[in-house]
Design a protein around this ligand. Structure first.
Ligand SMILES: Cc1ncc(COP(=O)(O)O)c(C=O)c1O
Length: 364
């Protein structure tokens, strides 16, 4: 029997399915005015200082970027209070999830995560032939006790999105603590904190502490969400220096481009803009909650920039009707929650437009 041309586990991967682009919806439905509340993007836009820095950096794109992200690394290290050797930058945290799979997963290793959660953990496991244990969320939250029960001597990686995507929920400091103290030493825990800047709850865990304590922990953060640089692709990992050194061997030499590095540095320095983005999101969530309650719709309180709302019936027709009104959201089908819609907070006028459209659709 001849060997297959393509690795069978590659053919098992599902290509990533992004939120529907605005231009596609305009084209397909003949609409001129479309809003997208589907991809957890930041409606405020980037800091003007980040935009200026990006434009300035364009003048030197004839040169390769600094592969080590020196300046950005120093600034993030100072911002977090961690040594700069404990940081690795990626072309979005997506790339770092990919690197984590490549760095750690050996034949026989297994991966544990929650379900539903961010789909790229599954891709990292499958690409490396690692069996994946999906542990159902409990009341829309990561169920750390149930995940602990799935841990065996074969478990190598555990991915925890905190806050979770799509549910926006968090595990608390107390839950994280109980989990981390019960976990055997051979497991690496990835705390994916893509949405952490939005969190308002005081019982949110400080996972950098585990890095400082020398645990097998990788904390992932990104400039895509609250810092509004999704299009430039900058994320970073915080971990023990030996873990970072290993992942750095896997890293593509120039994985974060120079425009992105300059913009991320300027965005980090503009904490006032970040606060505005976080406040806009808080107001957006409150507005959505208030109207979901008025419309009698159940929803999941969120610490991120998206909220799951239950239509109480198949959400696909609601999604389609919203599309025809020029409002793009996500259906819960992709997350195994077929009665839900996931809505990203938008600008106030976008949130209002979504609620008006939803009300019309539900009344029709
Ligand atoms: C939980 C989570 N992790 C990581 C990412 C990827 O973010 P990035 O843009 O940094 O690749 C996302 C994006 O939606 C996410 O929801």
């Amino acid at each position: 029997m001849s060997t297959p041309l393509i690795r069978p586990n590659v053919l098992e991967l599902e290509p990533y399915s992004p939120g529907k682009p605005i231009e596609e919806v305009k084209r397909e439905l003949g609409l001129s005015d479309v809003i997208k509340l589907a991809s957890n993007e930041n409606p405020l836009g980037p800091s003007p200082r980040a935009i200026e820095a990006a434009i300035r950096a364009m003048q030197t794109v004839n040169l390769y970027p600094d592969g080590s992200c020196f300046e950005l690394r120093q600034a993030v290290a100072k911002h977090l209070g961690v040594p700069s050797e404990c940081l690795l930058f990626g072309n979005g945290s997506d790339e770092l999830i990919h690197y984590i799979g490549l760095t750690f997963l050996m034949p026989g290793d297994e991966v544990v995560t929650g379900d539903p959660s961010f789909v790229r953990y599954e891709a990292a496991a499958k690409l490396n032939n690692a069996p994946l244990h999906l542990v159902p969320l409990r009341e829309h939250r990561f169920d750390l006790s149930a995940m602990l029960e799935r841990v065996s001597e074969r478990t190598k990686l555990i991915f925890i999105a905190n806050p979770n995507n799509p549910t926006g929920t968090i595990v608390t400091a107390q839950e994280a603590e109980a989990f981390m103290s019960a976990l055997p030493g051979h497991v690496v825990v990835v705390w994916d904190q893509a949405y952490q800047e939005y969190v308002s709850r005081p019982d949110y865990p400080d996972t950098l502490r585990y890095v400082r304590e020398g645990r097998n922990v990788i904390v992932l953060r990104t400039f895509s969400k609250a810092y509004a640089l999704a299009g430039l692709r900058v994320g970073y990992a915080v971990a023990r220096a030996d873990i970072i050194d290993a992942m750095n061997r896997v890293r593509e030499p120039f994985n974060v481009n120079s425009v992105a590095q300059a913009a991320a540095l300027a965005a980090l320095e503009d904490q006032e803009h970040l606060r505005r983005a976080v406040e806009l999101n808080r107001q957006g969530l409150e507005y959505l909650y208030q109207h979901f309650e008025r419309l009698g719709l159940r929803y999941v309180r969120s610490e991120a920039n998206c909220v799951m709302v239950d239509m109480g019936r198949d959400s696909q027709p609601v999604f389609q009707s919203l599309l025809r009104k020029g409002v793009i959201v996500r259906t819960g089908h992709i997350f195994g929650l077929p009665t839900y819609l996931r809505v990203t907070t938008g600008k106030p006028e976008e949130n209002e437009r979504f609620i008006c459209a939803l009300e019309e659709v539900l009344q029709a």
